[in-house]
Design a protein around this ligand. Sequence first.
Ligand code: ADP
Ligand code: MG
Length: 697
Amino acid sequence: MANVTELFGSMVFNDRKMQERLPRTTYKALKKTIKNGEPLDISVANAVANAMKEWAVEMGCTHYTHWFQPMTGVTAEKHDSFIYPAEDGQIIMEFSGKELIKGEPDASSFPSGGIRATFEARGYTTWDPTSPAFIRDKTLYIPTAFCSYTGEVLDKKTPLLRSMEKLSSVAVKVLQLLGKEDVTRVTTTVGPEQEYFLIDKEAYDQRPDLIFTGRTLFGAPAPKGQELEDHYFGSIKTRIAAYMNDLDEELWKLGVMAKTKHNEVAPSQHELAPIFETSNIATDHNELTMEVMKKTAEKHGLVCLLHEKPFAGVNGSGKHNNWSVSTNTGENLLDPGKNPEDNLQFQLFLAAIVKAVHEYQDLLRLTVASAGNDHRLGANEAPPAIISMYLGDDLGALVESIVNGTEYRTHGKTDMLTGVDVLPDFKKDTSDRNRTSPFAFTGNKFEFRALGSSLNIGCPNYMLNTMVAEELSEFYEELKDADDLDAAIRALVKKTFTEHQNIIFNGDNYSEEWVKEAEKRGLCNFRSLPDAMEHYVDRKNINLFVKNGILTEAEIRARYEIELEFYNKQLRIEALTMVDMAEKNITPAVIAFINQLSDAALAKKSLSSSYSVYAETTLIEELSAKLEAFVKKTAALKTAVQNAAQYKNDNLATAKYYRETVFTLMEELRAIGDAMEQKTAASYWPYPSYGEILFGV
Ligand code: ADP
Ligand code: MG
């Protein structure tokens, strides 16, 4: 049995180790940088580097790496050893402040959306002292930001850090205006709940679609799916429990506060939720969690799937981004308190968020857009592609009373009476949950529920922080010279709620009526990535990022191109994988089975013409017709992929073509393939079935 308190953070150069190993002045200077965002001196970096190295070497490390989050969607690392030549032909282990602060990976080999030409290769990684270094596989990992030689941001961390700074500076101004003079820093916090699938490695290895694309491109439904609702919160199987325990321990060692784990709705699907941290560390830790999930699975003969929709017909995986804002004085700004009707500060922050979500709903939608997530949004397993907010009964009533100028009535917390003497009674929450809402208020935080499972949470969070910062700046400008501040706030809050109440929806987001109602309200409904991504470069959105100093126009345009290009490549890989599976395995398998049926029928008839060959001939007829359609559709898909070249140099047009033409053909081809699977002997079908994969562990 591991001693969890000792295990926790044992692989992290955390605050305790810094205190033990750094000279007092260095430690203090570093803390100032971490806590207050003050610039860091090179002498401090030198001392920190040395202490880090000493610790890492004691822990058996030989290498260090700058660890960063380029636009590829996965993290990147390049390992260097600590060795330095010594005079006697020997080596010593060294690590300087300069090496800690700056790394030089080749920027041209990472997606840059055209910002970088291959001949302008230089790029820099820069140490992020606000996220602690850690050890994995005998290597010291140093969280860093990544930019090009000319300073363009090429990663997901830098805009996040900038947005946190921005939101902090604006929120501090607002709070000081409200008389909170002791507030000097405001932090955004995030707790990301992570869903995933675990399947057996043997089944995985036989599925080129899972290997190349992360999802099954063919696969008829198994007789049983998730309809019995017996997997959600079900008892955890021994093999899975062993994996989860191992995972918890690995994460705890890395300082990730893994807290909750349970089975999810779909067979073979599970969830892990950590305790929340600052957005920056939560992002690093979520990336780390996803990597450790995959690596730990290998040890258990399993594969961890983080694709948003690995299996058609059963729920896919998402991520819930629980987001809040708190002050250095320990106040959660999204806590309504006992009397929200008198809590002007809370109302002001809530109004800013409502306005932000309404005005920048397109950004929130596109930040969760991906080829994988397109399968989930609006498919009655995840929120729709329409962004709206759920405030619950209490806050809903508050907003209504403010808009209408009527009295606010709350239900307050009421007793939950179980009606059984031995069961303790307790207070109920003031509002129920709404599992269908993309952006739901849950007590003292918002839960952004539309994220796909593989998404880097840095992006939705920098967008969210930036849009809220923007609204708060506008509010500050409007309030700063007010004679009667309270009255000015009340008027501003009322005006904001009145103008933006259309974004609030407390009903069932999965219903058809909501789609119609949302259209009436003028809310966006972008069903796919190309539809959503177009709006990345709308003037209002470019202005938002540029004005707040988060990204330049060139950087936004680059990101837009990167996202589209990535989508196009993914769909191309999916289509080509389908063609490959169809031509090399499925078609030959069905031909062989038909052949066997024909042989069987002929053999019977040669014994006696009185034997029935009904079964054989019916199947031959059915399968032959399907196979013809299948082969023709495969050819059509192949041609369609080739035809994508006509849109070259126009990523948006290509994306729309892939979505409308190629993707449609893929769906049609799949339908025929799955129908053939259902008619073909299992011994002939080249791939493990859904039943074997989903219920095989
Ligand atoms: P629920 O059951 O309502 O989803 P939990 O308490 O289980 O609420 O929290 C879900 C996630 O929200 C957890 O990851 C948790 O750490 C996170 N969370 C809780 N409070 C905050 C907060 N103030 N800021 C960000 N995340 C939070
Ligand atoms: Mg939750």
